[in-house]
Design a protein around this ligand. Structure first.
Ligand SMILES: Cc1cc2nc3c(=O)[nH]c(=O)nc-3n(C[C@H](O)[C@H](O)[C@H](O)COP(=O)(O)OP(=O)(O)OC[C@H]3O[C@@H](n4cnc5c(N)ncnc54)[C@H](O)[C@@H]3O)c2cc1C
Length: 457
């Protein structure tokens, strides 16, 4: 790709002005990379539109010039999707922010795409509602990024993924056409559900500018516990028992022994005499007590020990261990985010660990995950790693995903980092159909090129 012609920069400046169009030293360093820290190039032009009309004008001009556009939200993504190529136009949604409306009757909140998730959560809470979308990056990620990535997070077990919490959406196509479908109704069967095309498309089909999200009642209480579990079968049975017997089950997070031991030691926290093979963090938000449920689980020998958080500090300590931030200090940590049928999660983890330790005897391999959502995260470090090591580890992790008919991404998206492995989880026919949809909506291929779909040929 050559440098953008002066005419494009001039057209953008003439149409949108210097307050929206940035180049050279005026481009902020954060435009280089998302949280995967794999972006190394700065965009040539950086746009900060303030209105949908400005987004539309910007795309119309870039499309006419056939110029690649990288869409940037809160830059917390972990798949390299928001990382520009040198020479790209980067379009940031950060100024298109704020809560437009909370409709109590409809149980719906209308927000601009650049709104930080936590801001929208707080606005909902002040109005007496729960905005169910929630993830660790809530303080920086944006609603538009959450939708573009169909984010998962910690409330999926009770409220589904982001896609399940969207009523309406507005997006701008590559040619500047605005598709405004700000539906507030729970039911609407009038033709294709177009919003679902944009949700999870990782910015390859359109720029999301606004969304109508579902609001739910706030929980009446909160209790959190850690359960020691002796084997995987019991962890699965405990999940089913919690789903059946716990009114407000809101989190069911499983930590395999290596992960729990590493993370709790690093945080200087100790909850059990001996580290059990599995530790399950359960949270519920009903007014009922968790104790009766745990007593039954003991009697049925599903758990061998349990600790109920006695204070907010202890609850946060449980979550600190589960977040596993200490693992980030392992050299060249590789994070994987895969989905498999729940019954196969442990066998898969064992198979990957065995092959990893055969190839790299010094490797750290630990596992935790949102088990109720059939999603686990693998944290792998082989020490200082070069490109060949990254490829070798990717191949081990993803080849086993293919064997188990799983998904190479459960929630972080495909982005740039997993596009070569899309064929491990999707058939050639599915990928061909994705290409046809992409060509129909973005015939010049200007929106987030080099993401999601594998390279052709
Ligand atoms: C500490 C931490 C915890 C995390 N926990 C979770 C988790 O539990 N679950 C989970 O799913 N993810 C998690 N993530 C990953 C990340 O936060 C999510 O993917 C989030 O949804 C990305 O939002 P963002 O605004 O930062 O998007 P960005 O990183 O800016 O962009 C992500 C992708 O979306 C595109 N995009 C952004 N905005 C728009 C828009 N308005 N229109 C069209 N395309 C757009 C970008 O081009 C890019 O391809 C975590 C990340 C961190 C750092």
């Amino acid at each position: 790709m050559t440098q953008p012609s002066d005419p494009l920069l001039q057209d953008l400046l003439d149409t949108l002005g210097e307050e929206v169009v940035f180049n050279g030293d005026r481009i902020p360093g954060k435009a280089r990379s998302d949280e995967s820290r794999t972006g190394h190039a700065m965009p040539l032009i950086y746009l900060r539109p303030r209105t949908v009309a400005e987004v539309s004008e910007a795309l119309r001009l870039c499309n006419a010039a056939r110029w690649p556009v990288t869409i940037q939200g809160g830059m917390t993504g972990l798949a390299g999707g928001a990382n520009p190529e040198a020479g790209d136009v980067a379009l940031s949604l950060d100024r298109l922010a704020g809560v437009e409306e909370i409709d109590r009757d409809a149980g719906a909140i209308t927000v601009w795409a650049g709104t930080v998730l936590e801001t929208a959560q707080k606005a909902a809470e002040e109005a007496g509602f729960l905005l169910p979308i929630d993830l660790g990056a809530r303080g920086s990620c944006q609603i538009g990024g959450n939708l573009a990535n169909n984010a998962g997070g910690v409330r999926v077990i009770s409220h589904g993924v982001t896609r399940d919490n969207v009523l309406g959406l507005e997006a701008v196509l590559a040619d500047g056409t605005v598709i405004s479908s700000l539906n507030k109704m729970q039911k609407n069967n009038t033709g294709y559900d177009l919003k679902q095309l944009f949700i999870g498309s990782e910015g390859t089909l359109g720029v999301i500018t606004r969304a109508v999200l579902k609001l739910k009642p706030l929980g009446e209480g909160r209790e959190t516990c850690l359960c020691a579990v002796d084997n995987y079968e019991s962890a699965v049975s405990l999940l089913h028992a919690a789903r059946k017997g716990m009114a407000g089950l809101s989190a069911y997070e499983v930590m395999w022994r290596v992960f729990f031991e590493f993370s709790s030691k690093a945080e200087g926290l100790r909850f059990f005499e001996e580290t059990p093979p599995f530790v399950v963090l359960i949270e519920q938000t009903s007014a009922a007590s968790i104790e009766a449920f745990l007593e039954t689980a003991f009697e049925q020998e599903l758990i061998s020990d349990a600790v109920i958080a006695q204070s907010e500090k202890q609850r946060l300590d449980f979550w600190k261990v589960r977040e596993g931030y200490a693992l980030d200090h392992l050299p060249d940590l590789m994070n994987y985010d895969v989905s498999l049928p729940i019954g196969d999660l442990d066998a898969y983890s064992k198979a990957v660990t065995d092959e990893m330790l055969a190839a790299y005897p010094q490797a750290h391999v630990s596992v935790f995950g949102h088990m109720g959502d059939s999603n686990i995260h693998l944290c792998i470090s082989v020490g200082k790693a070069d490109e060949a090591d990254h490829h070798a580890v990717d191949a081990i992790v993803y080849d086993h995903v293919r064997l188990y008919r799983g998904a190479v991404s459960a929630e972080h998206g495909v982005g740039r980092l997993k596009r070569a492995y899309l064929g491990h989880s999707r058939s050639p026919e599915e990928i061909a159909l994705m290409r046809r949809i992409k060509a129909a909506l973005d015939p010049n291929g200007i929106l987030n090129p080099g993401r999601v779909l594998p390279a052709e040929g």
